[in-house]
Design a protein around this ligand. Structure first.
Ligand code: IVH
Length: 701
């Protein structure tokens, strides 16, 4: 491509032809560079091709090719990927292992929907692909954004990379105007093996398994690298759509297939639980020959109207479950038993193992849970492993169940060394030396050092910056730990003073420098604005998980209301205490933990220092504008006839109402069915509106 006419002089026809040539030449160069490790053109020539391609596309945007190389310009490395907020959250699935859990699942669905035993209820069954999920947004039939799952609400914009995957169509014809297709990016076993061989030969890092390889390949800042990695995509779900794809799950997947997406050929519709289990066994027997990793079978309610009625829990749909394959096992030796101290002071024993591969992953640690578990009994004193204890030097079988940390299944006593001694659980904290106590009725031992224990402080900080909490880019567990050891960050508020106090030192710190420090300070500054639920979760209060934090935030809506209520509930009584306990999903143990956290002067002082650094965003009830019950508090009592209690609650919540278990002055409506008793009386006494089920449904519209 030496003497080419100026872009301004090109006819559309010549432009089209040249774009095709450029796409081919650039793809060839990419392949030579990344796969064969033998560049065929210089970097300058390569850049010139890309510039020319971009210039022609700028003049003839309508001629931009689906496989255009211009999509492959990665962002500048240190900037990372832009964030994309998913129009609808990308959820995960509940896991089940035993067949009995599948029977339970189907029964739960039937109960929720109030189906009679003779009512039909079909499910789809399909392989659970072990890759990473991706959401593809098409507008007017064109791929506009591809985003990773991220935390389910916000993912990373990997559009340029996704465009390089052959199985992802760039354009669709006959699709709804707006369509978000979701599915799994994966790598085949054969491609994984040859990629690792190439990486090894080039002295580059190899991948532990095809899933890591797929993730590493998709999340490349230079899309040319992704282009050179053989990735595949199966479509199995959707997000936002401007019109329904079909009336059933199976119909919707068939429609995606017709639109040009690869869909899994092993999907089947099953009418009974037995048929699901048969399908599971059939897929499991094919597993080794599929050529790509799957880790279970996903069952989904087939009728989409029923899916809609079933709805979601906070992060998983009620209408689907993943039936995982049983975990793989391996045998290895325990080299040591160590104790890790968690953020709430819990002492977690961990077995250090002679490394062993379990299901393609090298395992060198396994959780030992607590002292009882090591001793061979459960929390009620009943024997586990037939009472066999675990000792250093023992040979054990380990397994991995899903994504969780490896576990020890059993001990082989025939291989126990003669000098192995039973494990003695520490009575003092191995980190700060404080006494260790075991509270009445609890399985865990806890360090009493609380604020003086560095292990607890570091773990609290690690939690504070974790994904569901402040999620500060560039400030992960490793960095906070390093800054803690440096004395720069001792409590969360210090993070926000890092630039002012230690900016200079950081810039000259090994591995940091000007640019990465600047990025970190910017990421920290961005997080000064934080939604209330993330703040509550980030505090790391015992018993308060991510979904509880969300419920609490939705109840109080603003930080000032929340903090005032915690203060007022100090004595574990009174209206604020009752309001807290009335939140569905908050029990007395969690309520006490929250209130006591606020009451503890040192916590309160650290919290005040933190809050002074932040701008806390109010949390509103979920997207429900226009709903008559948004923001209202409802209590259901007595029996309902048109739907189950669970469905009524889920529906009310999806329209922005809060469902409470007890009546108080804050209650807006009491929905009373036959058999209602004391709650209805209380509502009458307080002058609260009491509705019949019919009136309630009419209110919902
Ligand atoms: S459905 C609302 N179907 O598994 C439910 N997920 O553990 C959307 N996955 O995040 C997911 N194969 O990445 C669905 N056939 C399949 C799947 C599948 C793999 C992944 C997906 C999801 C994770 C949940």
């Amino acid at each position: 491509m030496s003497t080419r006419p100026a872009v301004e002089e090109l006819t559309a026809e010549a432009a089209e032809q040249e774009l095709a040539e450029l796409a081919r030449a650039i793809a060839d160069a990419d392949r030579a560079y990344h796969q064969a490790d033998a560049p065929v053109i210089t970097d300058a020539e390569y850049d010139a091709l890309k510039r020319r391609n971009a210039a022609i596309e700028a003049r003839f945007p309508e001629l931009r090719r689906p496989d255009s190389p211009s999509g492959r310009v990665g962002a500048a490395p240190s900037e990372g990927f832009a964030k994309v907020r998913h129009a609808r959250p990308m959820l995960s699935l509940d896991n089940a292992f035993a067949e009995s859990e599948i029977v339970d699942f189907a029964e739960r669905v039937r109960r929720f929907l109030n189906l009679a035993p003779e009512d039909a209820l079909a499910f789809t069954a399909e392989p659970k692909i072990d890759g990473l999920s991706l959401s593809l947004r098409y507008e007017a039939g064109r791929l506009v954004v591809a985003a990773t799952r991220g935390d389910g609400e916000t993912g990373e914009n990997v559009t340029a990379n996704a465009r390089t995957i052959a199985e992802i169509p760039q354009t669709l014809s006959g699709a709804p105007d707006l369509l978000e297709v979701r599915g799994e990016v994966y790598m085949t076993h054969a491609d994984f093996a040859s990629l690792n061989a190439r990486q090894d030969a080039a002295g580059s890092k190899t991948f532990a398994n095809p899933r890591n390889a797929a993730a590493g390949s998709l999340r490349q800042l230079d899309a040319a690298v992704t282009a050179a990695r053989p990735l595949h995509f199966f479509a199995y779900a959707w997000g936002d759509v401007s019109e329904p794809l079909a009336v059933t799950q199976s119909g919707a997947i068939a429609r995606l297939g017709a639109l040009g997406f690869a869909t899994n050929p092993l999907m089947a519709v099953c009418e009974t639980t037995d048929a699901l289990i048969d399908r599971y066994r059939a897929i499991e027997s094919m597993r080794a020959r599929l050529g790509y990793d799957i880790d279970g079978v996903v069952y989904k309610v087939d009728r989409l109207d029923l899916q809609a009625r079933l709805g979601f829990r906070s992060t998983t749909p009620r209408w689907a479950v993943a039936h995982k394959f049983s975990a793989e096992r391996a045998t290895t030796e325990i080299e040591a038993i160590e104790i890790q101290v968690g953020r709430t002071g819990a002492l977690a024993p961990v077995a250090r193992l002679v490394p062993v591969t379990v299901g393609g992953v090298v395992v060198s640690n396994a959780t030992l849970h607590n002292a009882d578990y090591i001793a061979g009994r459960d929390s009620r004193g009943n024997p586990i492993r037939e009472g066999r204890d675990i000792r250093v030097g023992d040979w054990v079988t380990v397994y991995r169940a899903g994504d969780v940390i490896p576990k020890i299944e059993d001990v082989d006593l025939s291989r126990r060394p003669a000098d192995a001694v039973s494990y003695v659980f520490p009575t003092t904290c191995p980190v700060c030396g404080s006494d260790v106590i075991r509270e009445e009725g609890e399985a865990v031992h806890r360090c009493t050092g609380n604020l003086i224990c560095p292990a607890q402080a570091v773990e609290k900080l690690r939690h504070f910056v974790s994904r569901g909490a402040f999620d500060i880019e560039g400030l992960g567990a490793k960095q906070v730990e390093a800054f803690f050891n440096e004395g720069w960050i001792r409590e969360p508020a210090d993070i926000f003073a890092l630039e002012a106090r230690h900016g200079e030192a950081l810039r000259s710190r090994e591995g940091w420098g000007e640019k990465s420090s600047r990025n970190l300070f910017r990421a920290i500054a961005e997080r000064r604005r934080i939604p209330l639920n993330r703040l509550i979760f980030g505090l790391g209060i015992r018993h308060v998980g991510e979904s509880a934090a969300r419920l609490i935030a939705r109840t109080y809506e603003s930080w000032s209301r929340f903090a005032a209520a915690m203060e007022a509930a100090r004595a574990h009584e009174g209206p604020e205490w009752d309001e807290l306990n009335a939140i569905d999903g908050v029990g007395p143990v969690m309520a006490a933990s929250l209130v006591d956290f606020f009451h503890e002067p040192a916590n309160r002082a650290a919290l005040d220092r933190l809050v002074a650094e932040l701008e806390i965003e109010d949390v509103e009830a979920p997207a429900t504008s226009g709903s008559a019950i948004a923001g209202k508090t409802v209590v259901f009592t007595g029996s309902l006839e048109r739907m189950t209690r669970a469905e009524a609650k889920a529906r009310a919540e999806s329209l922005g109402a809060k469902v409470s278990g007890s009546v108080s002055a804050k209650t807006d409506y009491v929905v009373a069915g036959p058999g209602a008793g004391s709650k209805e009386k209380a509502a009458r006494a307080l002058g609260i509106a009491i509705l019949t089920e019919e009136e309630w449904l009419a209110l919902l519209g």
